[in-house]
Design a protein around this ligand. Sequence first.
Ligand SMILES: Nc1nc2c(c(=O)[nH]1)N[C@@H](CN(C=O)c1ccc(C(=O)N[C@@H](CCC(=O)O)C(=O)O)cc1)CN2
Length: 270
Amino acid sequence: MKAEMAEKVKDFPAKYGRVPHLVVILVGEDPASVSYVTGKAKASAEVGIRNTTIRKPETIAEEELLGIIAGLNADPEVDGILVQLPLPKHIDEEKVIAAIDKAKDVDGFHPLNVAALWQKQPCTLPCTPKGIVKMLKAAGVEIAGKRAVVVGRSNIVGLPVSKLLLDENATVTVTHSRTRDLGEVTRGAEILVVAIGRPKFVTADMVSEGAVVIDVGVNRDPETGRLCGDVDFAAVEPKAAVITPVPGGVGPMTICCLMENTIECFLRRM
Ligand SMILES: Nc1nc2c(c(=O)[nH]1)N[C@@H](CN(C=O)c1ccc(C(=O)N[C@@H](CCC(=O)O)C(=O)O)cc1)CN2
């Protein structure tokens, strides 16, 4: 994807006078967020997208953050604005996301983009769910008619990926921490998407032979301190038809889709 996008962006200066410009705002020093923002800058460089990362201290006032976003909304040279989540507790995340110009919302988190997704209207799709469906298709997984189970109901992943799978004509069940007999439900999955945020939460007995398993989690294994997903990969991989690893699966795909969304927002503005 990155090579294809780089090829396309190469022609933009001649065609449009400039390349797409993505601005990422990072509040605080959370090591995971710092690493994701660095990944976004690196991918931007690979694709030929201009990247500006604005770093602000944990103590920034909500008003100051809203002021920065207002300035970026008004800047004709900015095509995409992304506020790295989570934000510190004293800042209202929903207010900040809603302050981003919908046309520059490369995350697809703005309420108008969310509404458009649920009404099947043209919109910017959230990066992780978009990447998951792209990966399924690229791997040749037939989605239509399949029983898909999504573990997790977050606004960022669980709910939007459920909607995208429904739009692909899967029969979708959304489960969460209060679902009774979760293993009973996940064993019925032909496609299992896990986004619950708990290391190695899905064990081999919760997965049926031949299932397609998508692991969205990025956690630290409490025993080894190494990165791991929400799925016990070593135990589940022998049963799965295909499975995404952590690291190296959904995370990098999320960043690729962010690059794609930035290019789409740029082209809509040209
Ligand atoms: N504004 C946003 N904030 C957050 C989002 C988002 O989509 N928009 N999603 C997550 C974090 N995230 C993107 O920002 C993200 C998570 C993981 C990865 C990734 O590449 N992970 C690597 C491992 C990286 C590591 O070494 O820690 C992998 O899985 O291979 C990219 C992006 C929450 N916030």
